[in-house]
Design a protein around this ligand. Structure first.
Ligand code: PLP
Length: 418
C-alpha cells in the first residue's frame, strides 16, 4: 500500500513503538515479571474511593449520567468544567483567566500533537520552525509527534554532582541559542524521565527568554501542582499570556479517561478548539464531570497533597534505600535527585555496556526498565549519557521494586566486572 508522507511517518517503526511492543511481549509468559518500565500511575485506594463516590453521585442523580454520555461536548470542553477550572485557578493563584483560557484535549498527549504542529513545522512562506527542548533528557512521548522531520532541537543538560551517588540536571543557559527557526520552548516539569523539577529561577529565566523572542513557553505539568502534585518540593505553578500550561487527569489516577487540559491565551485556545473539532469533534466528558466539584471546593489540592504526594514520595525514598542496599558502593552509579514523577533515572558512569544491552540482560532476568537512549529527542550531538542511563518506575508493589532493584544491582556488578 502506498502511503502519504503522514502515513509513512506515523506508521514507521518508531523506537518507542518497538520498545512498547517489546515491553508488552516481555510481560507475557508465566514467569514472575518485575515491571519497572511503564508510566502507569499507581492505584491509590483513597483516590479510587473518591472517584467511585463521584461516580455514584452521578449515577444517583436522575439525569446526570444520561446527559453526560448522551450529549456531545463542545470542542473546547464541558462549559461547567471550563468555568470551574478557571475560577479555581483564579482563586488559588490569582491568574487573570476565564473559561476562554482553557481547552480540553483527549489526553495531554493529543494536546501536544496539536500544539507542536500548530506552532512548528512547515510554514506557508516555505520556512521551517522547530520546538526547542532546553533540557535534555526529556519526555519520550514528544519525540515522534512532529508532522515533518527534524522537528525538535534540544540541549544537553549541565550536571550538578550532589553527593557520591546523586546528581541533578540543570538548563545550560550558556549554550542555549534561540535562533529564528525556534517556534516555542517546551519543558516537562517535573520531568519525565528524570524526576527533575526545574527550579523557579530556571523557569523564570526560560519564560523571560521566550517573551524576549516573542515565542510561547510550553510547560508540561502532567505531574505537577496543583494536581496530581507528584512533586516533592513546594513549587508554585506559574502562568501568564505567553505561557501555555498543560495539565492532565491521567496521573491523578484516570489515565484511561483521556483528559488533557490546556491553559493559554484566548487566541491559542480558540485554535485548539478548532483543531479538536476537526480531529475528534469533541472530548470525553466523564473525567471533567468527576473532577468539577473537586475544583469548586478546591478539595483537589488537599486530596493531592494528602494522598498522592506522600504516596509517591515514600515510594521514591524506599526505592532509593533499596538502591543503597543492593548496589555496590564502589560502582560509579548516580541517581538523579528525585523531586517528582514516578521514576528514578539511574546513570552508570563509564558503564562498559550500553543501556540497551543492560535492558536486554535485565529482560532475560524478568526485570523490565526503559533504556535511556529514547529520552534525547532533538539532540544532535554525541553524549555518553544517552548510553549510560535507564529509567525505572517505582509505582509498583514495594516487593517488586525491591526485587527489581536487587537484580539491577547484580547485573550492573557483572557489567562493570566483565
Ligand atoms: N507529559 C508527560 C511528561 C508524560 O509523562 C505523559 C504521560 O506519561 C504525558 C504528557 C501524556 O499524558 P496523558 O496523555 O495521559 O495526559
Amino acid at each position: 500500500m502506498k502511503l502519504s508522507k503522514f502515513g509513512e511517518k506515523f506508521t514507521r517503526k518508531s523506537g518507542i513503538l518497538e520498545l512498547m511492543d517489546d515491553l508488552g511481549k516481555a510481560m507475557g509468559g508465566s514467569d514472575k515479571k518485575y515491571m519497572l518500565g511503564g508510566g502507569n500511575p499507581a492505584h491509590i485506594k483513597e483516590i479510587q474511593k473518591i472517584f467511585r463516590t463521584r461516580m455514584e453521585e452521578i449515577m444517583e442523580d436522575s439525569d446526570s449520567l444520561e446527559k453526560l454520555i448522551g450529549n456531545y461536548d463542545t470542542p473546547q470542553g464541558d462549559s461547567q468544567f471550563l468555568k470551574s477550572m478557571a475560577a479555581f485557578l483564579k482563586k488559588e493563584y490569582g491568574w487573570n483567566i476565564t473559561e476562554k483560557n482553557i481547552a480540553i484535549t483527549p489526553g495531554s498527549q493529543s494536546g501536544f500533537f496539536i500544539l507542536f504542529n500548530m506552532l512548528a513545522g512547515e510554514f506557508s512562506d516555505g520556512s521551517k520552525k522547530k520546538i526547542l527542548l532546553p533540557l535534555c533528557p526529556e519526555y519520550i512521548g514528544y519525540a515522534d509527534q512532529g508532522l515533518s522531520e527534524d522537528f525538535f532541537v534540544s540541549y544537553k543538560a549541565s550536571i550538578e554532582f550532589i553527593s557520591k551517588h546523586e546528581f541533578k540536571y540543570h538548563v545550560d543557559f550558556d549554550k542555549l541559542k534561540i535562533t529564528d527557526d525556534i517556534a516555542a520552548i517546551c519543558v516537562s516539569r517535573p520531568t519525565n524521565p528524570t524526576g527533575n523539577v526545574l527550579t523557579d529561577e530556571e523557569i523564570n529565566k526560560l519564560s523571560k527568554i521566550a517573551k524576549q523572542n516573542n515565542i510561547p513557553f510550553i510547560i508540561d505539568n502532567a505531574y505537577g501542582a496543583p494536581f496530581p502534585n507528584i512533586i516533592f518540593n513546594e513549587v508554585k505553578p506559574v502562568w501568564d499570556e505567553n505561557i501555555i500550561l498543560t495539565m492532565s487527569l491521567s496521573k491523578l489516577g484516570m489515565p484511561s479517561i483521556r483528559t488533557g487540559i490546556i491553559v493559554a491565551k484566548e487566541e491559542i485556545i480558540q485554535k485548539i478548539a478548532g483543531i479538536n473539532a476537526i480531529i475528534s469533534l469533541a472530548n470525553t466528558r466523564l473525567g471533567q464531570a468527576i473532577v468539577t466539584p473537586l475544583l469548586d471546593d478546591s478539595s483537589i489540592i488537599e486530596i493531592s497533597k494528602k494522598h498522592i504526594t506522600p504516596y509517591y514520595e515514600s515510594k521514591s525514598k524506599k526505592a532509593q534505600e533499596y538502591i543503597k542496599e543492593f548496589f555496590n558502593d564502589e560502582i560509579p552509579y548516580y541517581v538523579h535527585k528525585s523531586e517528582g514523577c514516578l521514576f528514578l533515572w539511574l546513570w552508570f558512569k563509564d558503564m562498559p555496556i550500553s543501556s540497551k544491552e543492560l535492558y536486554q540482560r535485565l529482560k532475560k532476568r524478568n526485570v523490565i526498565v526503559v533504556p535511556g537512549e529514547y529520552f534525547f529527542p532533538g539532540l544532535n550531538e554525541e553524549w555518553d549519557q544517552t548510553q549510560e542511563c535507564i529509567r525505572m518506575s517505582f509505582a509498583m508493589e514495594d516487593a517488586d521494586v525491591k526485587m527489581g532493584i536487587k537484580i539491577i544491582g547484580e547485573e550492573i556488578e557483572k557489567a562493570y566486572n566483565s
